[in-house]
Every structure is written in structure tokens, then in C-alpha cells.
Design a protein around this ligand. Structure first.
Ligand code: 3PG
Length: 347
């Protein structure tokens, strides 16, 4: 997989695929975590003489239709504020829509196009659509790790037609999560929580092969017990739960904390309970504090864990925080993500 330093951006129109799938509230960006993460790549490209950038992203699941609530306009405003620079907004990127805007971009300018999922061809992984989207550009950069588990046109197809590379965020994600698949220090521990056991099962099974211990909490551990699921002996389920099964219980919390304090490599994905409600936050709070206090190499990720860590202003306590939800889980399951595969096989 090529990185930014391997390609020449001078005098080029550069197409950057970002993941600006961020929460909105009253028409404004509620959490700019993912937008901030894209800035080092954008700034690096703009430093190359006479380069110009068009960014594409999706937001939500508008199902191939133009849905005003999923417009990326508020994201352009936030990005502009963060970069202290005008970010132009292009209403459409298909031929006959955005051509003039794209061709008229001056050196050093940057633009964001409207939600790529407003076109049904994106999720259909349509080859012709991908060619159409990228035909104005000299180079393509994928900095959307968190969307790279989707075999969609602007993720999986464009690298077949344009010289392509990973942005800094994508590069860092692959480096750090590859470390997580081969933890250098022992004892190694994976802590998996959150909801939907079906989506977590492949990760639990793969990490159980790699890690010394995999501890489970949150809704998935309740489901695993209810369904009487069987795991390998190094997968640990809670012994007790809080009232209504909305949090792990005190005995389990103590046991998990002891284990965390001995670990040298910890990866954490998913809360231990319904942390949005104060009454069911204790388990997640105590596990989080134990991770923070340990000397282990610490990696965290997943939408809810990131939300929790941000609520605690705790990002600096981790060696790495993944921007990926589903993408992180699929990577840790040992699967090759379509977006990474496409970069590795790019022209
Ligand atoms: C995410 O937020 O995990 C990514 O942007 C992917 O979004 P999706 O699950 O709607 O494909």
C-alpha cells in the first residue's frame, strides 16, 4: 500500500475520500472528531505546490436519494473553521454537475462535494460511476479507514483507475491495528463490550486466538450468557451483573480490574454497560480507570467507546484511538478490508 510520501501531488487535482459520517444536531456538526483527524492529510497535500483538493464523503444512510438532513454542507462549514480556510461546497460530482467547479479550482483551493451516498451507484459499487467521479483527478487518496470495510464505488473501485495511496489517518490505523493483531507485549488483553453479539463474534473468536485473555462485558455478554454460547477457555464472561443486566456487577468489575492491572497490552472496544445512563456507568467507569492506570500499551476504538473517552476528555490516556467502528471490528476479525485491498492492488 502506497502512502502520501510515495506519490507526487505537485500541480495535481487530488481526490480525497474521507469519512465525515459525523453526528449532526439542529443542522450543525455535533462531534468533529473524525473531521479533525482528516486535517493532517489535507494540509500535507495543500503544501505541495499548485495542488488542489476535492473531498468526497458519505453521511448517514440516505439510500441513494437526495435527503436534505444528510447534506454535508454543515461539515464544509466545520472543516473551514478548523482549517481556517475557505472550503468550497460542490452540489454534485457526476459529469454535468460539478465539472466546472472542479476544473476551476485554483492552486491551493479545497472543496467538499455533497454526500456521495445520494447516488445509488456508490453503494452498488458501480464501476462506471467510479470512473466518472475520478476522471478529473490525477491522484486519489483514501483517508477513510472507518468506511473501508464497505465495498463501495469511491472506496473499492477508484484505485483501479487512478494512482492511489493511503492518507496519514489510514496509514496510522493500519499500522496500529496491525500491532493489535500481533501484540508485542504479554500478558495481552482484549476487552470487548457493547451490543450486538453477532457483529462482535468474529472479533472475539479471532482475538481469542491471539490474546492471552479476552474479557467480555456489556450487552454482548448478557446475550452470550442467555444464548449459552461457548467460547475458548481464555474468553471470560461476567460472573454478575447490575440490576436489569444493564452493567457488569461488582464482583466481575473487581476481577477484571485485577487482570487489567497485570496486562501489558490492552485493546478495548465497547462499553461494559449502558453508560449513557449514570446509574449503569459504574462498570465502564471502573474498567476505564483501570486501563488508564495500567502501564500497558493501550488501544481503544468503536463508536461508543470513543464517545465515552471523549466524554471523559481521556483521549490522551491512550496510545491509539481508532476512528473505525465496523471497520475496526472487521480488521480485528482478520478480514482484508475492501478499501485496503484496493489500495494494495492500485495501478
Ligand atoms: C461508520 O460510521 O462506521 C462508517 O462511516 C460506515 O458507515 P456505514 O455503517 O453507514 O457504512
Amino acid at each position: 500500500m502506497k502512502n502520501l510520501k510515495d506519490l507526487d501531488f505537485k500541480n495535481k487535482r487530488v481526490l480525497v475520500r474521507a469519512d465525515f459520517n459525523v453526528p449532526l444536531e439542529n443542522g450543525a456538526v455535533k462531534d468533529d472528531f473524525r473531521i479533525k483527524l482528516s486535517i493532517p492529510t489535507l494540509e500535507y497535500i495543500l503544501k505541495q505546490s499548485r495542488s488542489k483538493i476535492v473531498i468526497i464523503s458519505h453521511l448517514g444512510r440516505p439510500d441513494g436519494k437526495n435527503v436534505a438532513d444528510f447534506s454535508l454542507k454543515p461539515v464544509a462549514q466545520t472543516l473551514s473553521k478548523l482549517m481556517k480556510k475557505e472550503v468550497k461546497f460542490i452540489g454534485g460530482i457526476k459529469s454535468g454537475e460539478g465539472d466546472e467547479c472542479v476544473r476551476n479550482l485554483s492552486d491551493g483551493e479545497i472543496a467538499l462535494t455533497e454526500n456521495i451516498r445520494f447516488y445509488a451507484e456508490e453503494e452498488a459499487n458501480d464501476e462506471k460511476f467510479a470512473i466518472d467521479v475520478c476522471h478529473h483527478f490525477g491522484v486519489y487518496v483514501n483517508d477513510a479507514f472507518s468506511a473501508s470495510h464497505r465495498a463501495h464505488a469511491t472506496i473499492a473501485q477508484i484505485p483501479r483507475f487512478k494512482p492511489s495511496c493511503a492518507g496519514f489517518l489510514m496509514q496510522k490505523e493500519v499500522e496500529e491495528l496491525s500491532k493489535a493483531l500481533k501484540p508485542a507485549k504479554r500478558p495481552s488483553m482484549a476487552i470487548i463490550g457493547g451490543a450486538k453479539i453477532e457483529t462482535k463474534l468474529p472479533v472475539i473468536e479471532n482475538l481469542a486466538k491471539i490474546y492471552d485473555v479476552v474479557i467480555l462485558g456489556g450487552r454482548i455478554s448478557v446475550e452470550a450468557k442467555e444464548k449459552n454460547m461457548k467460547f475458548s477457555p481464555n474468553v471470560v464472561l461476567p460472573e454478575d451483573f447490575a440490576e436489569g443486566n444493564f452493567d457488569i456487577g461488582p464482583k466481575t468489575t473487581e476481577k477484571y480490574k485485577m487482570a487489567i492491572s497485570a496486562a501489558s497490552f490492552v485493546i478495548w472496544n465497547g462499553p461494559m454497560g449502558k453508560f449513557e445512563e449514570k446509574g449503569f456507568r459504574r462498570g465502564t467507569d471502573e474498567i476505564y480507570e483501570a486501563i488508564v492506570a495500567s502501564d500497558a500499551y493501550k488501544i481503544a476504538g468503536g463508536g461508543e467507546s470513543v464517545e465515552y473517552i471523549n466524554m471523559k476528555n481521556g483521549a490522551e490516556n491512550f496510545d491509539f484511538i481508532s476512528s473505525g467502528g465496523g471497520a475496526m471490528l472487521e480488521f480485528l476479525s482478520g478480514k482484508k478490508l475492501p478499501g485496503i485491498d484496493a489500495l494494495e492492488n492500485s495501478i
